[in-house]
Design a protein around this ligand. Structure first.
Ligand SMILES: C[S@@+](CC[C@H](N)C(=O)[O-])C[C@H]1O[C@@H](n2cnc3c(N)ncnc32)[C@H](O)[C@@H]1O
Length: 273
């Protein structure tokens, strides 16, 4: 039985169906929510990708590309040859075509997902939402050409579980649990990425973490306010935070007295021999 009012249910949870139970792309403003998160992390991501060699001549695969900010930066700023941007829903990618960018609507967990071999395979904030994240690490590795790199970024929450209880920490904890219960999101394994990439056979494995501060009005604060609003039913269904607490936490993010750290992004990479 599924006591979950957000409509996710056991099937969505097993499949990890991001975009069906929460974060539906057809709901107005979902592209803006993704862009707010991207604004907080794009510079860090592009910096890492260019340091790893992404540049002229490279063919790149960006899976779960969202609105395509990383795909377009790879083409426009890093000057790569091509980017194949894949998502289960390509409406946001199709809205911003640029030369060198090809979009593919596909479920990356489908057994027949095999779009070729690439110098760079990149996925950011995607595997954490998939129940099959472990198989997906192997699958994405198999799409890297010899000498190419796999770069995976996902969320790490370094502060919420240990910080004193406030509306913010209560809602953040409830959000992780609510997303786990509706679509199967799990960030608990993310700090293990370096070992997971070694076990997948990659070499020169390394990782870094970027943790943005939550400053009032900043893109990352607005991202969390939007994210909580859109996952409100899943949050409240956990019983860990009620609707009023979600409202308080959203207002808290905008208060000049509020000071906390956002969950961050762990980026891990390795080279295919
Ligand atoms: C949190 S967004 C991240 C978007 C982008 N990578 C970024 O960092 O801005 C997750 C994206 O992964 C896509 N996605 C989730 N599950 C997927 C699947 N099984 N196959 C393809 N795309 C998927 C979603 O549609 C969404 O666009």
């Amino acid at each position: 039985m599924n006591g979950n009012p957000s409509g996710g249910g056991d099937d969505a949870r097993r499949a990890g169906r991001y975009g069906e139970a929460v974060f539906e792309p057809e709901k107005t403003g979902e592209d803006e929510r993704i862009d707010l998160g991207a604004l907080a992390y794009d510079d860090v991501t592009l910096n890492r990708l260019t340091k790893l060699g992404a540049g002229p001549g490279w063919d790149c695969l960006d899976v779960g590309a969202g609105t395509g900010t990383v795909s377009r930066l790879l083409l426009g700023r890093a000057g790569v040859k091509s980017v194949l941007a894949v998502d289960r829903d390509v409406r946001f990618l199709a809205a911003h075509p640029v030369p060198g960018l090809t979009t593919l609507e596909a479920d990356i967990t489908a057994p027949d997902f095999a779009p070729g071999q690439f110098h760079l395979v990149h996925a950011r904030f995607v595997l954490m939402h998939l129940r099959s994240w472990q198989q997906m690490i192997s699958k994405l590795c198999s799409l890297v050409a010899p000498g190419g790199v796999l770069v995976l970024g996902d969320a790490v929450d370094l502060t919420t579980s240990t910080a004193p209880t406030t509306a913010y920490t209560r809602v953040m904890r409830a959000m992780w649990q609510g997303l786990e219960e509706t679509i199967g999101t799990d960030v608990s394994w993310v700090p293990g990425y370096p070992q997971l990439l070694r076990m997948a056979g990659l070499t020169s494995v390394a990782a870094e973490i970027h943790v943005p501060p939550l400053l009032p009005g900043s893109p990352i604060s607005r991202f969390w306010a939007e994210t909580w609003d859109r996952s409100r039913e899943a949050i409240v269904a956990t019983g860990l935070a009620d609707d009023a607490t979600v409202g308080t936490a959203i207002r808290e993010l905008d208060s000049p007295d509020f000071a906390a750290l956002s969950p961050g992004m762990l980026t891990a990479w390795g080279t295919k021999s």
